[in-house]
Design a binder for this molecule. Structure first.
Ligand SMILES: CC(C)(COP(=O)(O)OP(=O)(O)OC[C@H]1O[C@@H](n2cnc3c(N)ncnc32)[C@H](O)[C@@H]1OP(=O)(O)O)[C@@H](O)C(=O)NCCC(=O)NCCS
Length: 237
């Protein structure tokens, strides 16, 4: 069990290896709507990823908010792609999956984002495309291996911060800047928030193979929950 250090009661994250096929218990954690959605996913690995992601999220949400009981939780997806717990604006959630691992985070107070990547990932886009000038300056030299690891740290931090719903808008990888030393994300490229922390970030290594970043918005920032549509189509669960 891993609990986010600074806010033990406010935010938790969990990971789970991806099995070849989900168990009956995994399927049972899904709402009827999510089960229908999963049934429509033709590719077996993609279906497993979807089911395990939702099952892990269900476990994490009911752990942090036991008042929800163990019944499947209703999830909604915003136009941006962000997931929300239906009817619970106080809960913020995020999931990520990569080949072999799923990760989920739940926060009670501020927007949360999680991202996981294999430590060996070496197909990131060229740094000029997604790093700010300051990040490139700080990156410096070093061995190819060390540089690759640092790039991956920046990458997962940015992905997690984007998912946490941070300001300023529009959020892109080049309008936010990761300060590794301070473990925070700030606005970049001339935005007003340049020196202002917009998210805190923590990194974790899971099983020697995966790098996880957890970002928490610095202010209660997740925008109004209008224009939400249930996952998998229209209609309520
Ligand atoms: C959105 C994004 C962060 C997803 O990351 P990824 O590495 O491709 O995939 P992951 O497995 O880590 O995460 C996938 C999950 O992210 C979530 N997600 C998708 N879009 C999201 C968003 N805008 N905000 C928060 N969470 C989002 C979904 O829950 C998704 O899970 P699902 O596919 O099972 O539904 C990534 O596509 C991205 O950086 N896009 C470019 C920037 C962008 O779109 N910014 C948003 C502008 S406001």
């Amino acid at each position: 069990m891993t609990t986010e250090d600074e806010h033990p009661a406010a935010c938790i994250w969990r990971t789970r290896p991806l099995p070849t096929v989900p168990s009956e218990g995994d399927w049972a954690a899904l709402s009827a709507l999510d089960r229908r959605h999963a049934d429509g996913i033709a590719h077996p690995a993609a279906r497993t990823r979807f089911v395990i992601g939702r099952a892990l999220l269900h476990a994490a949400v009911t752990e942090l908010a036991p008042e929800l009981g163990h019944a499947p939780i209703g999830l909604e997806v915003a136009a941006s792609g962000r997931l929300d717990v239906a009817g619970r604006e106080d809960l913020h959630i995020s999931i990520s999956h990569t080949r072999g691992l799923a990760a989920a985070a739940v926060s009670r107070d501020v927007g949360v984002g999680i991202d996981v990547e294999p430590i060996g990932r070496d197909d990131l886009p060229p740094p000029a495309v997604w790093l700010t000038e300051e990040e490139r300056r700080r990156l410096g030299g070093g061995s190819r291996h060390a540089r690759r690891r640092r790039l991956l740290r920046l990458w997962v931090a940015k992905e997690a911060a984007i998912k946490a719903g941070v300001r300023p808008r529009p959020v892109t990888r080049r309008t936010i800047e990761v300060d590794e030393e301070q473990r925070r994300v700030v606005g970049a490229n001339g935005t007003a928030a340049r020196t202002e922390e917009i998210a805190s970030v923590s990194w974790f290594v899971v099983g020697d193979r995966f790098l996880v970043a957890l970002a928490r918005a610095a202010i209660p920032a997740v925008s109004g929950r209008t224009a939400l549509t249930p996952i998998g189509g229209s209609g309520a669960r």
